[in-house]
Unconditional design. Structure first.
Length: 234
């Protein structure tokens, strides 16, 4: 059972509790940035190395790359109100990324290319480059220069990085949901928090009123005493 008092809530400018979660700037997520690079790379790869007509693989690969990127974006935005929807959409992104990974690995096999892995020096250099660069601009100049094998291996490397990032992120979101609950729990917590704040404000005003009454009584007594002294002096 989730304790509403332990749910972490955001607050509006006037201090009112909000049921909305903290906004996630998905454009700053590493796996989103890599999904953008992967999408642009996939479009270029299909244009250069796959038939323009009659091959459904082109549409499938481009759509899988786009689905990965778009579902990360949509999931992050929807997560403000529903962590359940966020996890679902991130799961779809993860599935699309796996599908694209499989397409690139199959392409390498069917075209007698080499998949770089393990102690392959090219794999180490590629992994380092993909790890240290997160902008499409850092990869775009190579889209027309890399060979078919180089582009496919770069895509595979990015797929693996995106998968690891999504796996960790989804795990953290799952833990957050278990500990903090969903929209209903946040609504309950917000209402309870608002009522508690109102009670605290009322109690604060009650104390202030009691102190004001006491001060008025003291001043009246002081005035009465001064008035009595004034009468005696006459």
């Amino acid at each position: 059972m989730i304790d509403p008092n332990k749910i972490e809530l955001q607050h509006h400018a006037d201090g009112t509790p909000s049921i909305l979660r903290k906004t996630v700037v998905y454009q700053e997520l590493y796996f989103y940035k890599r999904s953008d690079i992967l999408y642009q790379l996939t479009v270029a790869f299909c244009r250069r190395f796959l038939p323009k007509y009659g091959d459904r693989t082109v549409d499938q690969m481009v759509q899988a790359a786009r689905s990965t990127m778009q579902n990360i974006a949509e999931g992050s935005v929807d997560g403000q109100t529903s962590v359940e929807t966020e996890i679902k959409l991130l799961g779809i992104a993860k599935g699309s990324n796996h599908e694209l990974l499989g397409d690139y690995q199959n392409h390498i096999k069917t075209h007698q290319l080499l998949e770089w892995w393990g102690t392959n020096k090219r794999a180490d250099k590629l992994h380092t480059y993909c790890k240290e660069h997160l902008s499409v601009e850092d990869f775009a100049p190579f889209f027309e220069r890399w060979t078919e094998e180089e582009m496919a291996n770069c895509a595979i490397c990015l797929c693996h990085m995106i998968d690891r990032g999504l796996t960790t992120y989804i795990t953290n979101k799952d833990r957050e949901f278990v500990e903090q609950g969903g929209i209903r729990e946040r609504m309950t917590a917000a209402r309870i928090g608002y009522r508690n704040e109102q009670k605290a404000e009322i109690e604060h005003l009650r104390i202030e009123l009691a102190e004001a009454k006491a001060e008025i009584a003291r001043l009246r007594a002081q005035i009465a005493e001064l008035s009595g002294d004034s009468g005696k002096s006459r």
